[in-house]
Design a protein around this ligand. Sequence first.
Ligand code: PEP
Length: 251
Amino acid sequence: MRKNIVAGNWKMNTTLQEGVQLAKEVNESLKSFKANCGVVIAVPFTHLASINDVIDKNLLGLGAENCANKVSGAFTGEVSAAMVASTGANYVILGHSERRQYYGETSETLKEKVALALENGLTPIFCIGEVLEEREANVHFDVVKRQVEEALFELSAEDFSKLVLAYEPVWAIGTGKTATDDQAEEMHAFIRNTIAKKYGKEIADNTTILYGGSCKPSNAAQLFAKPNVDGGLIGGASLKSESFIDIVKAF
Ligand code: PEP
């Protein structure tokens, strides 16, 4: 059966020293109880190797927040999937709405990034989600279906089954405005059904689909109780170990 996961997305926050401290706190807390889900932190590139050295990877997975769509070479400032993997990280967030919105990431580049992540043994946490105008225009299902189809549906069934998806309605990210548990469930069921039509029911049933967007200790349990919501991708609330761990405990 599919795995439940709570993953933190630190975004462009914390210095190296602050980040190592936060990772140590999360790791310490995870020693004090048995989490009923996988726990992952996705952190800035600069922090990966140092954090990898101070956490117990049996308790806490480590990921990057992006990787390049090229293998190596003259791409100044880029960080490849192989480089991420060489730090000890095992996950990479791809297609986050902030990357799509501010850095012009398209389904074409994301397809390349997903392929390179998989080739390097990284698990992509692939983000999809509609903006407010698309929901208001009632095209949110079409938008999310297109995002999944364009970037992921050329993968083999074997490769597709290695992915984690994250549904993040853009209007709920960092806004304090959470999708209701029913809105999340409706979209997650739709995504699972879309996967089933392409790859079959077994792969769809085994795909972990996280919810992201102002998920916090006060609403996590209600969201995670929905049958198609397999955990959360947590932005703001992952920057304090206490709130992040409270969300982990919602399972
Ligand atoms: C995110 O950026 O993935 C996210 C869900 O952010 P927040 O929890 O702050 O809305």
